[in-house]
Design a protein around this ligand. Structure first.
Ligand SMILES: [Zn+2]
Length: 243
């Protein structure tokens, strides 16, 4: 009996470690987003007047907004406005909520929704090594966290432009580059599915796209080996999707 119980526990531990246990992953949308464990919305705030307008609309105090933000309000910057419980209830009554998917802890999700082509693959190109995959979309498209992790840096860094580097579990790292706007800061813990930036073309870039990397320690790996397979994924005229 004891032996059997031990076996069951052993099996559970193995299952958890190999990532079979599924968790609910919420995906941010234009209506509800998440930042530092709170639900609300990112808003471009140009003045105190606009800030007060949103505070009133979402039934939240100015002190709660500034506490969450940390630091002074600058002109023309994105500020996360948390929703009050009351406002969340109103949204729920209208059927407005976030979508979710079930994923294991080790599974990645696409950092840009609706991608059906890549403009640059992982590997050698023009005599240099391309460390990631380029995902084209319109400027301002939400960039969402492909994996949970801690933001190691979120700054303008040379050719990468506005770039977010994230430490994930088990020595894995992710990088999101060329963003027009970065919404997270160094030290933030981010959740899979959370909006962390808006796509752009900053740094050494010829068009709007997300340069996305997955690294193990410092070794770049092909993100397409980790992202959920797509049936249709074009690279030039060729469908490189997995059937
Ligand atoms: Zn790239």
């Amino acid at each position: 009996m004891l032996k059997r119980a031990f076996f069951v526990i052993f099996f559970i531990v193995i299952s958890l470690n190999s990532g079979y246990a599924k968790e609910k992953v919420f995906i941010d949308n234009w209506d509800i987003q998440q930042y530092r464990g709170q639900l609300g919305q990112w808003k471009l705030i140009g003045s105190k007047k606009i800030l007060r307008y949103y505070a009133k609309k979402y039934k939240v105090t100015l002190s709660r907004i500034s506490k969450l933000k940390g630091g002074r309000l600058l002109n023309e910057e994105y500020v996360f406005i948390p929703f009050s419980k009351e406002y969340l209830k109103e949204l729920a009554a209208k059927g407005i909520k976030r979508n979710f998917v079930y994923k294991s802890k080790s599974e990645y999700i696409w950092p840009v929704e609706g991608i059906d082509r890549i403009t640059s693959a992982f590997g050698m190109r023009w005599g240099t090594f391309h460390n990631g995959v380029d995902l084209p979309k319109r400027k301002g498209t939400p960039v969402i966290a492909a994996m949970d992790g801690k933001v190691i840096s979120a700054s303008y860094s040379g050719g990468y432009g506005n770039s977010i580097y994230v430490e994930c579990r088990n020595n894995f790292y992710t990088r999101y580059s060329h963003n027009s706007v970065m919404l997270v800061k160094k030290g933030d813990y981010i959740r899979k599915g959370q909006i962390i930036a808006f796509l752009g073309s900053t740094g050494n870039s010829t068009g709007n796209h997300l340069h996305f990397e997955i690294r193990y320690k410092n070794i770049p790996l092909n993100p397409l080996d980790f992202l959920p397979p797509k049936k249709e994924l074009y690279y030039g005229n060729k469908n490189i999707g997995k059937k």
